[in-house]
Design a protein around this ligand. Sequence first.
Ligand SMILES: *[C@@H]1O[C@H](CO)[C@@H](O)[C@H](O)[C@H]1NC(C)=O
Length: 219
Amino acid sequence: MANSTLCFTLGFYLFICFYSQRVIAGDANPLQDFCVADKQSNVLVNGFACKDPKAASAEDFFFRGLGKPGNTDNAVGSNITAANVNQIPGLNTLGISVVRIDYAVGGINPPHTHPRATEILVLMEGTLLVGFIDTNNKFFSKTLEKGDVFVFPKALVHFQQNVGKENAVVIAALSSQLPGVQVVANSIFAANPSLPDSVLSKAFRVTQELVDFVKAKFI
Ligand SMILES: *[C@@H]1O[C@H](CO)[C@@H](O)[C@H](O)[C@H]1NC(C)=O
């Protein structure tokens, strides 16, 4: 009796070890060929409900839109054209998406995080300064030339800046159907409703007047 209990306990732990390793080693396996997002559905799930697979078509897996540069005539001098589950319903549950980013000379994609995705970026044109910061505040940075690739690990703060003399353009893949984005400066200074000045002045160790000065830039 004691022996079989021991065996069972051991077996149970081996089972847990085996499966927990498999779980952390990669994406969950799909349970069907695809699950094209049904944006009309009233069913709330983590992601989107699936539309009837028999009604799926090539259009659900297609997006024509990364061929044209975005307009970089804005405060940061960059423009992101996204192709995620919002543009391509067939990406639902697949854990992947892509963006095109255009940068004017000197333009930045300001420090931001993707809470749900690692990003791998390929520089198609131009010269780009890129970097991310880990949770020990170590800064990892590189200047990329055409054809270079750089990785931003999931959830870490990162940025890019065009340090060349021409426009720059990248294609980046992200490990989520909907990576999400939080731009650090906007989260802090342009939250709605706004964060109390007392919090920001203490956090940044500056006067409340300086906090208001920065906040005003984001209106
Ligand atoms: C990005 O470019 C598109 C297409 O030119 C434009 O409609 C959009 O307003 C631009 N976004 C920003 C933030 O400048």
